[in-house]
Design a protein around this ligand. Structure first.
Ligand SMILES: [Mg+2]
Ligand SMILES: [Zn+2]
Length: 213
């Protein structure tokens, strides 16, 4: 099994947290962790297609001191126990302001390369499922297929402005799993034309979908 699904964690597997003053942030303790209800079934489907499932996530809170290493471990263990299909977790615990530059903080692709080397993953046969520009850029760096699991209009405009695009766009991880299934059956074009929730960029319906999302 040398192909992998690289999963971003916050916003893909679990809900990002929100606070009026802090804005959006990663869960700091297991009490703040809310795993999306569809995540387990989606991971089960992806696993059945023969992929290793590898979480790749920036956790700069460790460098900032807002997330304790033991809480991060507890959060990981909780996700692992609810979704045993996930094979491994790779975190970047750095932040340039505190720990200097590293080669693993997305948009760099160091986490992907570490995992690929350790677990014998063929990156070009692998797929990244993320929800941010940095996920897209990191995956581009190592030639993974990119599936954006988010249709936030602000994100779509940023992508247009920067001319950085994923290969596929899905509503969420559950929808992403169904697209990966189609990609595996070489059915992706058909999926795009029959699925009213997703589109491959450049598809004629893209503009309408963007307007409505
Ligand atoms: Mg995310
Ligand atoms: Zn790092």
């Amino acid at each position: 099994m040398n192909k992998a699904i690289f999963l971003d964690r916050d916003g893909v597997v679990n809900k990002p947290c929100y606070h009026d003053e802090l804005g959006i942030y990663s869960p700091r303790t297991v009490d703040e962790l809310i795993i999306f209800p569809y995540a387990k079934e989606a991971c089960r489907q992806l696993k059945k297609l023969g992929y290793q499932l590898i979480v790749v996530s920036n956790q700069p809170g460790v460098a900032f001191g807002t997330i304790r290493e033991e809480d991060l471990a507890e959060i990981t263990a909780r996700i692992q126990s609810e979704i045993p299909e996930i094979d491994a977790f790779y975190y970047c615990r750095h932040h340039p302001a505190h720990t200097g530059e590293c080669d693993c903080r997305k948009p760099k692709d160091g986490l992907f390369r570490q995992a690929a080397e350790k677990r014998g993953v063929n990156l070009s046969a692998s797929i990244m499922i993320g929800d941010n520009l940095s996920d897209i850029l990191a995956a581009k760096g190592c030639a993974c297929t990119i599936l954006l699991a988010d249709t936030r209009i602000d994100l779509l405009s940023i992508m247009e402005a920067k001319k950085v695009f994923p290969d596929y766009i899905a509503k969420d991880l559950s929808h992403a799993a169904s697209i990966v299934q189609d990609i595996n059956q070489n059915n992706n074009e058909e999926h795009t034309s029959r699925c009213d929730r997703c589109w491959r960029l450049g598809h004629p319906h893209a503009a309408d979908v963007r307007k409505n999302s």
